[in-house]
Write a protein that binds this ligand. Structure first.
Ligand SMILES: NC(=O)c1ccc[n+]([C@@H]2O[C@H](COP(=O)([O-])OP(=O)(O)OC[C@H]3O[C@@H](n4cnc5c(N)ncnc54)[C@H](OP(=O)(O)O)[C@@H]3O)[C@@H](O)[C@H]2O)c1
Length: 287
């Protein structure tokens, strides 16, 4: 069995890699930073005794990098069982929209377009896998924005003076919720299960705490006191990718207790979902 995890060098992604490795999966870690990726890989091998781990470098904000990583993957593997679109950018230090070399806002490029492209490019390998699962990672924090919508005309908020990382992040997570439904419908004849997890507050490594004001950092640390351990969240990543029962979650979103929960209301509108598919296909160059 083989799992591919993006952003597997840190936090929940790393703990998910440990969990799958402990259960004898071969783990492909897709990370943007070779040093951090190698160090996490060595740590996971040491901890689990499973040497069947490989590291492929990929910047999820760059479609060029994703296409190149997929070429490498296809040259080395003929099937993948589980794809976990875990990597995400939530850089709270940014105050203005940052454009990638390909012209997209970096949070939209990483958290939505990157995983959207990767999922599409790996469908052939997933079809050949035994498990046939795609897992998208969303956020419970979106519940604070019940009426959130995609800014279809300007998803990077370049023409809007109201850019904020929080807005960009939750828009990208809404797009992940919507993609879970639309991709599961698109792939219905392939037996690929597309599901999502609404992640509650989960502890992050101290080294990743943002360089923000002392006041904001204090609030952030207070919130983190009651947060789950990443290893606890990795249990759900494993259940959704590995268990037979999880097949029932096709086109659905679950919480940390493996229970189905509601999508944000915008997801239930078919016209919204169609518009997002059209926009995303255009932005990744898919006809
Ligand atoms: N922690 C929470 O409370 C929480 C709550 C809701 C949702 N989530 C979601 O859960 C998932 C995991 O979060 P986490 O808490 O484990 O965060 P984390 O420790 O910050 O890990 C994020 C991972 O994504 C990688 N990444 C970011 N941008 C990338 C890019 N352009 N290309 C490739 N990799 C990139 C990071 O790599 P680098 O190490 O190179 O930066 C890192 O490995 C994310 O999707 C996040 O949105 C987390």
């Amino acid at each position: 069995m083989r799992v591919l995890i993006t952003g597997a060098n840190s936090g929940i992604g790393k703990e998910a890699a440990v969990k799958y490795a402990e259960n004898n999966y071969e783990v492909i870690m897709l990370c943007r930073n070779r040093k951090k990726g190698e160090s996490a890989k060595e740590e996971i091998i040491k901890k689990t005794g499973n040497e069947n781990l490989s590291l492929i470098i990929c910047d999820m904000s760059s479609q060029k990098s994703i296409r190149s990583a997929v070429d490498t993957i296809k040259s080395q593997y003929d099937s993948i069982d589980v794809l976990i679109n875990n990597a995400a950018n939530f850089d709270l230090t940014i105050s203005e929209a940052v454009k990638t070399a390909e012209g997209f806002e970096q949070i939209w490029a990483t958290n939505h377009l990157g995983s959207y492209l990767l999922s599409h490019l790996l469908v052939d390998l997933l079809k050949k896998g035994d498990r046939k699962r795609i897992i998208n990672i969303c956020s419970k924090g979106i519940l604070a924005f019940p009426f959130i919508k995609i800014n279809y005309d300007d998803p990077g908020f370049f023409r809007s003076s109201k850019y904020s990382v929080v807005k960009a992040y939750y828009q990208s997570k809404l797009a992940q919720e919507m993609t879970t439904v639309s991709l599961s419908e698109k792939l219905k004849d392939s037996q690929i299960t597309v599901s999502a997890i609404k992640i509650p507050a989960v502890k992050v490594d101290a080294s990743r705490l943002p360089d923000i004001s002392k006041f904001k950092l204090k609030i952030y640390k207070m919130k983190m006191k009651h947060a789950l351990e990443p290893s606890r969240m990795a249990e759900t990543y494993f259940w959704l990718g590995n268990s037979e029962d999880a097949k029932m979650m096709n086109g659905k979103i679950i919480d940390e207790n493996n229970k189905e929960v509601k999508f944000v209301s915008a997801v239930n509108n078919i016209e919204n979902r169609k518009k997002l598919v059209e926009l995303s296909n255009t932005q990744i160059g898919l006809s």
